[in-house]
Ligand binder design. Structure first.
Ligand code: HAM
Length: 414
């Protein structure tokens, strides 16, 4: 039987990747404009890194981690997200006292049930602001997200924000929620009973109708967070209300345990069930949880498979593409020489050297099919004249017989 790819792990062919390259270059251009530097961390980390950051009570660690024992019987895992690895790297380099603005990109792995917009290998681009207290950094990140959407031609979306308070507020609310739900355990789904034990906040996120019904009369999280936090949320919502559809959603808790402070998600109805195309928030206690020195932190990650569905821009400056057509086998040696010389004078042009012979007609057909703008032709006439044909493949179809020097000059100035 033929070997198939693993479920939820798609291949990307050149045509699929055109849009990806445009997305990736737009994002890196934006990060450059905000003075954010790239960081790369490994795909594999100790399993403990994720259980102590993303959290043992999260679905991501509980059910979705790709974990293995390595040859030394050490438990290692494919990263399900990028923040934990970045923080691990900063602690390892003892750089918690410095300020960092970092971005990263790459594949992430979660053993989820694949469906539209949900994969087991998917890609994120993330940004982390490290060493920055709550305040201006949140404003800058939200401004960046609005900018990203604008640059990508995305206008049908909304931004949901919430504040998870400080550790004390979170603890007090969880106790109150537990006391409230205790007499109703029989009407709670077993999933939510487990959540109530491991991370009561996640109950707010429940998809169960009966749970949501019960929650209507439950203590409200917003009654537990400080006035300062509430004001901060309101300020953010007000400040950006003319730039995007921004709402405070007190049920937004996010699926990762490390958050404190602001949390946010961008959603779009165009995506169907998996509607969140990016998410993030503040996580001020992660360095100390992982054994490092205190360092405030806030960031987000964009799901590339999802945002690409919404993207509505075309690449404006596609470089010219030139076909190098050698008709007869006896001229094959020329291919290497000419193509080397051409690429030496202009590396910005795509030179599609057809590494096989064939009739001029069939090779011109191939050049048109692969969207070449010009062709350099070497056939018997050219061989005899010691020249090349430079042919415009556009409507006019002009063509000239040129010397090697003339050809290099034209190519250089394309
Ligand atoms: P997250 O919400 O788990 O946050 O993931 C961010 C985004 O990744 C989601 O909004 C979604 O677009 C995409 N995503 C997640 N799972 C899948 C999947 N199975 N298939 C396709 N796309 C998916 C984080 O990962 C945090 N590390 C974000 C962060 C950075 N918070 C602070 N800094």
């Amino acid at each position: 039987m033929n070997i198939q790819s693993l479920r939820g792990m798609p291949d990307f062919f050149p045509d699929d990747l055109k849009k990806w390259h445009l997305l990736e270059s737009t994002l890196s251009q934006i990060f450059n404009a905000y003075g954010i530097a790239e960081i790369r961390t490994p795909l594999l980390e100790s399993t403990e890194l994720f259980s102590r950051s993303v959290g043992n009570s999260s679905d991501i660690v509980n059910k979705e981690l790709y974990s293995f024992l390595d040859k030394n019987q050490k438990s290692i895992s494919l990263r399900p997200e990028g923040s934990a690895g970045v923080i691990r790297a900063i602690i390892q380099k003892k750089q918690e006292h410095e300020k960092h603005k970092l971005w990263y990109q790459g594949p992430m792995f979660r053993y989820e049930r694949p469906q539209k917009g949900r994969f087991r290998q998917f890609h994120q681009v993330g940004v982390e602001y490290l060493g920055y207290e709550e305040g201006l950094s949140e404003f800058e990140l939200i401004s960046m997200l609005i900018n990203i959407n604008k640059q990508l031609g995305i206008d049908q979306y909304s931004l949901k924000i919430n504040h998870l308070g400080d550790v004390e507020a979170k603890k007090n609310f969880c106790t109150a929620l537990k006391i409230f739900l205790e007499p109703h355990l029989s009407s709670l789904h077993e999933k939510d009973i487990a959540r109530l034990e491991s991370n009561p906040l996640r109950v707010l996120d429940s998809k169960e109708e009966s749970t949501q019904l019960l929650l209507k009369d439950a203590p409200k999280f917003e009654d537990f967070i400080s006035e300062k936090s509430k004001l901060f949320l309101k300020d953010l919502a007000q400040h950006y209300s003319d730039k995007c559809d921004i709402t405070i959603d007190s049920n937004l808790v996010r699926g990762l345990d490390y958050y404190t402070g602001l949390v946010f998600e961008m959603v779009s109805e165009e995506l169907g069930a998996q509607d969140a195309f990016l998410g993030g928030g503040r996580y001020d206690h992660l360095t100390t949880e992982l054994g490092g020195k205190p360092m405030p932190a806030v960031g987000f990650a964009v799901g590339l498979e999802r945002i690409i569905e919404l993207m509505n821009v075309e690449s404006s400056n596609v470089p010219a593409k030139v076909a190098l057509i050698i008709v007869d086998e006896q001229d094959n040696q020329k291919t290497y020489k000419i193509s080397h010389a051409l690429r030496e004078v202009n590396l910005k042009i795509t030179l599609d050297a057809f590494l096989s012979n064939g009739s001029l007609k069939s090779q011109l057909r191939r050049a048109n099919k692969s969207h070449c703008n010009f062709a350099i032709i070497v056939g018997s006439d050219e061989r005899v004249a010691g020249k090349f044909t430079w042919k415009d493949l556009g409507e006019q179809g002009d063509q000239n017989l040129v010397s090697l020097e003339e050809l290099l000059e034209v190519y250089k100035n394309l």
